[in-house]
Design a protein around this ligand. Sequence first.
Ligand SMILES: Cc1ncc(COP(=O)(O)O)c(C=O)c1O
Length: 359
Amino acid sequence: MSIVQRTSLQAIPAYKQGATPGQGEKAFKLSSNENPYPPLESVMSGIAAELGTINQYPNAAAPELIGALASRLNVEAQCIALGAGSVEVAGQLIHATANPGDEVIFAWRSFEAYPILAHVAGATPVMVPSDAAGGHDLLAMAEAITERTALIFICNPNNPTGTVVDTASVDAFMAKVPAHVLVVIDEAYVHFNTDADSAVGLDFFRRYPNVAVLHTFSKAYGLAGLRIGYAVAPPQVAANLRKTAVPFGVSALAQRAAVLSLEHEDELQLRINELIQARETLQNALHAADINVIDSQANFVWLPTGAATEDVDTQLRAAGIWARAFAGEGIRISIGSPEANQAIASAVISALQEASTHA
Ligand SMILES: Cc1ncc(COP(=O)(O)O)c(C=O)c1O
């Protein structure tokens, strides 16, 4: 007799991690938008000094980190809620707002975890097709709001297309969102966003009582393996996030690394600048070769390869580029080390030429 199981789980795919090359294979893993730089020395030695405390639970209130974030972001400490990565906080946000069957709206394609998190929370995902350029269709998203809508994600810049929403469009959108619906601006890639017209999550948080912002230490700050992210949310929402969090989910090592990263932001900024520069160089090279690449404000580029996606991905793998392919839609390639970035342009150009000769 099989063990009882939650029937709705059968319809939910497990989250799929970016593919990793085999051991010893000479290839670049560019499938998870990770930071290619090693952790800062100061962060590594800070965590090493903390190792002797891992027989104890972390301080769940994380006073040092919360204090550092509050002063860095100029927000009240009570508005900050931490989680084991911003993906965990995204799940908490759904648990904190949606009653069973309530709706969670987001653009599609966007961050793959959104529909999974919504289903797991017992909510109904409402996936609003993106526009032809891979950007959020905010008009259609506003039209998708019903009385069951509990939460709306805006992913800015969007994963996997790298597009941004501008301030004026988000203001127009907010005018149509009922005041009881929470709008979450997911800014996992905010540090790579140089678009002056882009909506800025914290500005919206300050100007609207129903806006929360999601940030992570995984991408620009290079702490993906330590799992730490946070929301800046209205106080009542932040309090509910603390209720829905897994107790002690954020380790003392992660807290320490995050504090040290905030103290060394200047050093991290140099790396971020290099990644932005590398993205621009890559996009220029692809544009120059007449390749259809969507202008990205994140640490990855998106190739809308459509039906050729699997073929192109196979060619890229043969050239040592392990990207993230979405069958029938496109391929997302993370910006990597200088060596990887050099390899990407020529690999993409020849893979697309190869695919078009077979089309
Ligand atoms: C848009 C977006 N939000 C959130 C996350 C979660 O990042 P983490 O849980 O590592 O903070 C990701 C990771 O890929 C992402 O792309």
